[in-house]
Design a protein around this ligand. Structure first.
Ligand code: PLP
Length: 396
């Protein structure tokens, strides 16, 4: 083989979600798009707030092309980083400085930068809590480390601390957490974050080493019923935050986010420099310049989250009434449903016969469950409910 085998494997294996998406397109051509119920993707359906297009219009009218489209500093424009720092400080009462932030191409790049910066050798491990975003494994392994997985707490979708404690060892470099969670929709409570912080402080002492939390937070603002998302840096010093505007501002294709390295992190300037070095080595420098400028005016705004809530209520109530066992999501835009048979992959195959495209959660480290993405058209959910009903009937 003339190419790197690992890279070839990654590039040629299609993800379950991509396969479903392609299948849905073919099915729509055969039976009409209105008869396909595609719940596979996590692509925001609420438009970006008006501020985004207004700012783009105004920037294109007022700035010359060189200023508008030119390179920024590798770590991001000072003004954009200052805007993020000001916003975080106002919102969370923190003392973040522009120099604690590295602008990145979405959360995917932010996470990759952190894994790469923190991995010292191949014995290093990161721990993910199931259910977890499957790309963590790809990013961690690409950084040269290993991923260890804590099985899901399927009762509350918080953290099973006994299982987590068993997996923390002298090799543990960090724990990646994601709240609000894709795919469960759970929000980690303050109690969960405090317990996690206590456990990690204890383990840092026991193993005489730093253990980091990587807080992956693309869904931070997408919460319902007043759910609060604790700002993890306030509970645990060695926390790096990986944030993305993909979901909050509905800008997934524009690839904009950041890494926050708070001053409280051990050797924070060294960590920051290693993140900048990872950016340099991966070519993840100078995040999209136009969208760094957009942030300066639009940070703190969101798309219309009430739309997702409406969808959540319709789907959750509809499926629960049919008899499905669903976890009520407090955030993000996914409903996590227990498959009526233990084999969730077979259940999702059967769902295709009803033209329902659902994602088995095996790839999220939680077999027996299914992810239903409800960032979709409200009317599609309404039309799909009878199909969910027929599908359920096949199991009773
Ligand atoms: N982390 C989680 C939990 C996600 O769900 C996603 C995207 O869906 C990402 C990271 C990657 O986000 P981005 O599109 O900003 O790279």
């Amino acid at each position: 083989m003339i190419v790197a085998e690992d890279m070839y494997r990654l590039g040629s294996q299609r993800s379950v979600i991509r396969d479903l998406f392609e299948y849905g397109k073919k099915l729509a051509a055969e039976i009409g798009a209105e008869n396909v119920y595609d719940f596979s993707l996590g692509n925001p359906t609420v438009p970006a707030p008006d501020c985004v297009n207004e700012t783009i219009r105004s920037l294109t009218q007022t700035l010359d092309g060189i200023t508008l489209h030119g390179y920024t500093s590798a770590q991001g424009d000072e003004e954009a980083r200052q805007a993020v720092a000001d916003y975080l400080n106002q919102t969370h009462g923190t003392h973040v400085k522009a120099d604690d932030l590295y602008m990145a191409m979405g959360a995917a790049a932010a996470l990759s930068l952190c894994f790469r910066a923190l991995t010292v050798d191949s014995s290093d491990e990161f721990i993910a809590i199931a259910p977890f975003f499957p790309e963590y494994r790809v990013f961690v392994e690409a950084a040269g480390a290993k991923l260890a997985v804590v099985p899901a707490d399927t009762k509350n979708f918080q953290i099973d601390f006994d299982e987590l404690e068993k997996r923390i060892s002298k090799h543990t470099k960090g724990i990646v957490i994601n709240s609000p969670n894709n795919p469960s929709g759970a929000v980690y409570s303050e109690d969960t974050i405090k317990r996690l912080a206590d456990l990690l402080c204890r383990k840092q002492e026991e193993f005489h080493k730093d253990i980091f939390i990587l807080a992956d937070e693309p869904y931070r603002e997408i919460v319902y019923d007043g759910a609060k998302v604790p700002f993890v840096t306030k509970y645990y010093k060695n926390t790096l935050v990986c944030y993305s505007f993909s979901k909050s501002l509905s800008l997934p294709g524009e690839r904009i986010g950041y890494v926050l390295v708070p001053k409280e992190v051990t050797d924070s300037r060294e960590v920051y420099a290693a993140i900048a070095g990872a950016g340099r080595s991966l070519g993840y420098v100078c995040a999209p310049s136009l969208f760094q400028k957009v942030l300066v005016s639009c940070i703190g705004q969101t798309g219309d989250i009430k739309e997702y809530k409406k969808n959540r209520n319709l789907l959750y109530e509809g499926l629960t009434k049919i008899g499905y066992e669903c976890f009520k999501p407090q955030g993000a835009f996914y409903l996590f449903v227990k498959s009526p048979s233990a084999d969730s992959e077979a259940f999702c195959e059967l769902a295709k016969e009803e033209h329902l495209l659902l994602v088995p959660a095996d790839g999220f480290g939680c077999p027996g469950y299914v992810r239903i993405s409800y960032c979709v058209d409200y009317d599609m959910i309404k039309r799909a409910l009878p199909a969910f009903g027929r599908l359920y009937q096949r199991y009773v």
